[in-house]
Design a protein around this ligand. Structure first.
Ligand SMILES: Nc1ncnc2c1ncn2[C@@H]1O[C@H](COP(=O)(O)OP(=O)(O)OP(=O)(O)O)[C@@H](O)[C@H]1O
Ligand SMILES: [Mg+2]
Length: 281
């Protein structure tokens, strides 16, 4: 993986009012171009607030956020930062403005003054990338949750962002909708080299991420590869977080005296280790 930093967060603190508690306190983190970064943490730990700081929707009271070298506190850079960082939120129904899928994908481009000919080319490409070309004339509110989120992603793709932030974007979807949306995002990451920042409670998704950040009470308390993060399940459990199936099962088996390595966290790896044990007994 390339190690070029695309987002740099330094000493970021943010609160919603002068007399309220800090929602984010001295957050330091980097995001690398082309990676899939999962952000996990208990309810209220500041994940969504952080996401909104990353695209300049909120400006830090202390510290700084830089996206592709541009500081979000620089008013002149904001427009470009918001084009570079697309956000997809949890509730697909709150993200539609147009009467057809086509209008909806066009909306962001119109706001950004993309010429009409260019708009049509980008629209077709974006809808094809999310597998929604056949639905261009449909009314968004008639689509399934998963289809709605794919259209929301198409609207963002059309703006040619470098980064897409998913804020629990699959949490209201059924399993099929969820896996469709994740599949679309994986393809975009690969084909378009898009950086993905995904706030999620889906631990199987976290296990497949390149890197994970764990948040607690407005701070980043852990950052590392999933393999590192899941090595110490107690820390995650103490934060009130769940464990992926394989890590949970590994912990139970270890407690029962079955010797398994501490860095097993994918189901395939667990199966592999169990086969090894069987072959020596
Ligand atoms: N619009 C707001 N006005 C005032 N306080 C807010 C607002 N949004 C969030 N907060 C507070 O800021 C803190 C961080 O909230 P945030 O929504 O960022 O957490 P989160 O990790 O995204 O939680 P969840 O998992 O529930 O989505 C919480 O204490 C929350 O109550
Ligand atoms: Mg949130």
């Amino acid at each position: 993986m390339r190690k070029e930093k695309i987002i740099e967060v330094r000493g970021l603190s943010f609160r919603y009012a002068d007399d309220s508690d800090w929602a984010l306190e001295n957050v330091n983190m980097d995001v690398y171009a082309g990676e899939w970064l999962a952000i996990i943490g208990h309810n209220g730990s500041g994940k969504s607030t952080l996401a909104k700081c990353l695209n300049g929707l909120y400006i830090p009271q202390e510290g700084s956020v830089k996206v592709a070298g541009r500081d979000t506190s620089d008013g002149e850079a904001l427009w470009e930062i918001r084009r570079l960082v697309g956000m997809v939120f949890q509730n697909p129904d709150n993200q539609f403005v147009g009467t057809t899928v086509r209008d909806d994908v066009a909306f962001g481009m119109e706001n950004h003054g993309i010429p009409r000919d260019e708009m049509i080319v980008r629209m077709e490409e974006a809808l094809a990338l999310v597998g929604m070309s056949d639905s261009a004339d449909r009314e968004p509110h008639r689509l399934s949750g998963g289809q709605k989120q794919r259209v929301a992603i198409a609207g963002i793709i059309a703006l040619q962002p470098a980064i897409i932030v998913l804020d629990e974007a699959t949490s209201m979807l059924d399993p099929k909708g969820r896996s469709d949306v994740l599949a679309v995002m994986r393809r975009l990451k690969q084909e378009k080299d898009i950086t993905v920042i995904s706030i999620t409670h889906d631990l199987e998704e976290v296990a497949g991420a390149d890197r994970v950040i764990v948040m607690e009470r407005g701070s980043v308390v852990q950052a590392g590869a999933p393999r590192e993060i899941f090595k110490h399940p107690k820390v995650l459990l103490d934060l009130g977080l769940d464990l992926p199936f394989a890590v949970n099962l590994r912990e139970h088996l270890v407690q029962k005296g079955i010797p398994l390595p501490g860095d097993v966290f994918l189901q395939e790896e667990l199966v592999e280790e169990l086969w090894k044990l069987k072959s020596v007994t």
